[in-house]
Write a new protein. Sequence first.
Length: 255
Amino acid sequence: MDEQAQQQQLRQLQWEREAIELPRSPHLLARVYDSISDALAALTSVLEIRDTYTYGHCRRVASLAFQLAKQLGMSELACHEIYLTGLIHDIGKVGLPDAVLHKPGSLTDEEFRQVQLHPELGHRIVERIPHLRFALPGILHHHEQWDGSGYQHHLRGSTIPMMARVLAVADSFDAMTSKRSYREPLSVDEAVGRLVAGRGIQWEKGIVDQLLLCLEHQQSDKLELVPGQATESEHDSVYFASINNLCRAVAALSH
C-alpha cells in the first residue's frame, strides 16, 4: 500500500472512530443530519457567490455521477456519497485568484498550475468537517487520469478511488458541453467522441461506456437525472435522500 493510500485509510478510520464516539442518544440522527446539511449548505453557498458557473457545474456533475454510480451497480450509500461529493468537488476553486477564476481567455502555464491546486485546496477545506470526510477521495483525485498522467498525485488505473473515477467522467462531460466565456460548448456528439477516444487512457473504459448508456436512455426518456436538465424538485429529492442515507450509516456506527 503506497503512502497516499495509507493516509486515506487512516483518515477513514479516524472518521469512523469519531462517529463511534458520538453520544448514543435518540437525537443522534437529527444532530448528524443538521451537521451534514449545514456544512453542505455553507459550502455550496460559497461556491454560488464566488463563481456561478462552478456552482451550476457542480450540480450537474453531481446529478450525472449519481446516475453513473447507480448504473455501475454501486451500493445505495456509495451512490449518495458520490452525489454529495459532486456538489462540492470543486470547492477548492474558491481559493483561486479572481484573475484566474474569471479570466475570459486562455490560461498561461503559471495560471494553469494554480488551477491544478484546487483539488488540494478543496481537500484542506473539507477535511476539517468530520461528517463530510467521505468526500475527500473524490475531491482530491477527480483530475487523476487512468494512465497516470493526471494531477495531483499521478495515480493510475484501479489505484484511483472509484468515487474519483466516476466523478472524472461526469466532470469532463459537463465541462466539454458547457459554454464558457473563452469558448463555445462542444456538441454532445463531439464530447462523446472525445470520451470514446480517451477510454482506457484518460478515463476508465467501463465508466465511459456507462455514460454512453446514460445518453441512450436520455433519448428514450428513461434517464432520471440528465445533466443540466434536472428540475429543482429532482435535485432536492436526491439531495435530501443522500443526506438521510449518510446519516443512517453514521448512526449505525454508534451502535
